[in-house]
Design a protein around this ligand. Structure first.
Ligand code: URP
Ligand code: ZN
Ligand code: ZN
Length: 467
């Protein structure tokens, strides 16, 4: 008979309740949850005082992405290993169709990067950098192949940006297929004007990045997107929401009947624009925080936290897009427009949200698990295989000890990056054990199985009934 493992006596976290119970794992799945008596010869792991959480689902990464003349520091091997250590058992990365390419070619390239290299299960969104008849024809095949979410950029003119006619037609086709599209909401045309103006004034230090991408341009893009979507009423979401103004625009559009799902990121909840220093500052360290959208203000952070707790924002991904400070961020030493955009974060997502969300009283443990796992599983077509502790679901289980206190330093992390934006953060609670489909890959906080046994996930169509 197949050997089982009993996780004994922890707090089982479900979307609406928490209760003390044990979990029996058989093979790759959860066999039972309840008041369970150990079987003869069963391996028993004591989990008293710890939470049982569904494995984290990371909705937004850029692993092994070529960007701005370089490639991200984390590839699928290092990025998924870091995710695993931090309690994430599923990652959805952005495969990209570059100009002139088919989506099939983009997906093929991403499979070449990921297949056989992942420590956790993985899937892809499909980022489309343009819209045309061929892509329209291809979209159905992509969806039927299990890639049910797309992304379009309203920024990055000349290589990624799409405009309203393209958005309209892509939403129409995606709606017909029952898929969904995530939007990077910024006004790429105006950003270029603002960048040109700063450069003309000789303003080239990292401080000026934020001035070229003001909050109003996120808000404006959301208003524009929602005007287009009001004509189509398609499934869609806003990725990496960063501003209170943007959230207010989303709420207004919802009042007009638009259904919008929203993702935000730990950096917009926890870091603010003071990280960019001052205009006279020549401390290039602030390049570590150059990302798009940029860091915002304290009041934006508070609005996003409230949005998460109230159900206005449905999940948190990291937009993990890591570049080393040495050699990569330094490419923009004399010109902020040459600093590769993005920052690491894949490993700390659960820890940061537990400390500053649950331990600080901004949300309960049930909402925490909903926004780090369950909602993403539902929206990205993985539920109930992933995202829930339930009989028959994959045994992707995190044993989280809420009593450990520790301080972040980049050398403690598994991310392949020479810094973390969260250096020196004091955290409460720590991932103790992680099971990926029943395999005990992290024990006592250490990765004990290094196998790259992550499976590619074909996903179902999105469920929209999440809050
Ligand atoms: O600066 C960032 N976030 N780079 C990644 C690309 C994106 O827009 O998500
Ligand atoms: Zn983006
Ligand atoms: Zn991104």
């Amino acid at each position: 008979m197949e050997q089982t493992v009993l996780l004994k006596g922890g707090y089982v976290v479900l979307p609406e309740e928490t209760f003390t119970a044990s979990i029996r794992i058989k093979g790759e799945v959860i066999e039972a949850i309840g008041d369970l008596v150990p079987l003869v010869d069963e391996k028993v792991i004591d989990c008293e005082g710890c939470y049982f959480l569904p494995g984290g689902i990371e909705t937004h990464t850029h692993l092994q992405l070529e960007s701005m003349g370089t490639v991200t520091a984390d590839d699928f091997a290092t990025g998924t290993r870091a995710a695993l250590a931090g309690g994430t058992t599923t990652v959805i990365d952005f495969a990209t169709q570059f100009h002139g390419e088919t989506m099939a070619r983009g997906l093929e390239r991403w499979h070449e990067k990921a297949d056989g290299n992942c420590a956790i299960d993985y899937g892809f969104h499909m980022a489309m950098t343009e819209w045309n008849e061929h892509l329209k024809e291809e979209m159905g095949d992509v969806v039927r192949g299990g890639v049910t979410s797309f992304k379009m950029y309203m920024a990055y003119r000349n290589n990624m940006m799409v405009q309203e006619d393209e958005i309209y037609e892509a939403l129409e086709e995606s709606h017909r297929l029952g898929a969904t599209i995530g939007f990077h909401c910024e006004n790429g045309l105006l950003i270029d004007v603002l960048v040109r103006r700063e450069r003309e004034l000789g303003h080239l230090s990292p401080f000026y990045h934020q001035l070229t991408r003001p909050a109003e341009l996120e808000e404006e893009a959301i208003v524009r997107l929602e005007a287009v979507n009001h004509l189509v009423h398609a499934n869609h979401h806003v990725v990496h929401l960063s501003t209170a103004k943007g959230l207010a625009a989303i709420k207004r559009a919802r009042e007009r009947g638009n259904k919008i799902i929203v993702e935000t990121c730990p950096q917009y909840l926890l870091l603010d624009g003071s990280r960019y220093g001052t205009p006279s500052d020549d401390n290039f360290e602030s390049a570590k925080f150059i990302m798009s959208p940029p860091l915002r203000e304290r009041r934006d952070q508070e609005a996003l936290w409230q949005g998460l707790a109230a159900g206005d924002i449905q999940f948190v991904g990291t937009d993990h897009c890591s570049f080393n400070f040495k050699g990569q961020k330094e490419m923009g030493k004399d010109d902020f427009t040459k600093i590769p955009n993005g920052a690491p974060g894949i490993e700390l997502r659960l820890h940061l949200l537990y400390t500053f969300g649950v331990a600080r009283g901004r949300m309960d443990i049930n909402r925490f698990s909903t926004i780090t796992s369950t909602n993403a599983a539902k929206y990205f077509g993985l539920f109930p295989r992933k995202g829930i502790l339930m009989n028959g679901s994959d045994a992707d289980i995190v044993v989280f000890d809420p009593n450990v206190e520790w301080t972040v330093t980049s050398d403690l992390l598994h991310e392949n990056c020479d810094y973390t934006p969260y250096e020196g953060f004091d955290l409460k609670g720590k991932v103790r054990d992680v099971f990926l489909r029943g395999r005990h890959k992290v024990a006592s906080g250490k990765i004990v199985i290094e196998d790259v046994d992550g499976q590619y996930l074909r996903r179902d169509l999105p469920a929209m009934d999440i809050r």
